[in-house]
Design a protein around this ligand. Structure first.
Ligand code: CP
Length: 311
């Protein structure tokens, strides 16, 4: 039986642990391509990928483009301002036109939760979710988990702490779904307004004191405050947020020496993470970005019908 039969990746919630592990193994095989002098394989030669980003992005859009080019696919980038969404065309009509232009894969970032799933159910092209509102960011979750697995050799039993604006974070949701399926112990920490107890229903621990959360942590993953999705004030001010929940130098000094400091980016230096800690020896923030290429190569390869782990 084939381990991967999906044409789309819309979230980690829908994947089995076997599928996640298969994606991670495929990404491990593709990581080697980035370490060669000729960083290219012919796996997707003749395929066309459209990067359709209706929200801003630096890492994800570039990473998908680099991943597709390393697989020898042709890549077209379009943004909201350069698309006919501006003229009143619906998302579905725009996507159907991209399909009519023979896009094999559409990578979508959109502010509406469920937008990638909506298109995946209506198009034959592969749809890859590059972040849909506060719902999921599956390739970010995968690259975070890939980085942890690469460093520790396992996910089962790892104590992973995710700190910050969980309520509005698609990165947090994808991490939670993936990590819980693979057997990690996940703790969420932040103000009660941004980390409600209802998250415990997802199989995680919720605490509202960061020092309690950081005790025994193997990984601390900091999240930015998602101001663009908040409609009211969830805490008194950034200074108070940093004092209560920021990974300051004093807090970082109490982490286990083996504890990884992670952040999906973009980072707000001096708010959720001290600038020196972001650049310090325990930080793997830029390694996460590099690993994103291999993870996205694996996702594109498998969703486009690639069979098995490439040699
Ligand atoms: N981590 C992440 O999604 O970054 P971008 O918004 O730059 O893509």
């Amino acid at each position: 039986m084939k381990t991967w039969t999906r044409k789309d990746l819309t979230g980690l919630d829908e994947l089995t642990s076997e599928e996640i592990n298969f994606l991670l193994e495929t990404a491990r095989a593709f990581k080697g391509v980035g370490e060669r002098s000729l960083k290219k394989v012919p796996a997707l030669r003749g395929k066309t990928l459209v990067n359709f980003f209706v929200e801003p992005s630096t890492r994800t859009r570039t990473s998908f483009e680099v991943a597709a080019m390393r697989l020898s696919a042709d890549v077209v980038n379009i943004s909201a301002t350069a698309s006919s969404l501006q003229k009143g065309e619906t998302l579905k009509d725009t996507a159907l036109n991209l399909q009519a232009l023979q896009a094999d894969i559409i990578v979508l970032r959109h502010s509406s939760p469920g937008s990638a799933r909506f298109l995946s159910e209506r198009l034959d092209s592969s749809i890859i979710n590059a972040g849909d509102g506060a719902h999921e960011h599956p390739t970010q979750g995968l690259l975070d988990i890939f980085t942890m697995r690469e460093k520790f050799g396992r996910i089962t039993g790892l104590n992973v702490v995710i700190v910050g604006d969980i309520l509005f974070s698609r990165v947090a949701r994808s991490n939670i779904f993936g990590l819980v399926k693979l057997g990690a112990n996940v703790t969420l920490a932040g103000p009660s307004t941004l980390v409600p107890r209802s998250f415990e229903n997802l199989g995680v621990r919720v605490v509202h004191r960061i020092d309690e959360a950081l005790e025994g942590a193997d990984v601390v993953n900091l999240l930015r405050i998602q101001h663009e999705r908040q409609r009211k004030e969830y805490f008194p001010g950034l200074g108070e947020y940093t004092a209560l929940f920021g990974l300051t130098k004093a807090r970082a000094a109490r982490l286990k020496p083996s504890c990884l400091v992670m952040h999906p980016g973009p980072i707000n230096r001096g708010v959720e993470i001290d600038s020196d800690v972001a650049d310090g020896s325990q930080s793997v923030i830029l390694e996460q970005v590099t690993n994103g290429i291999a993870v996205r190569m694996a996702v594109l390869y498998l969703c486009a019908g690639g069979a098995g782990i490439p040699a």
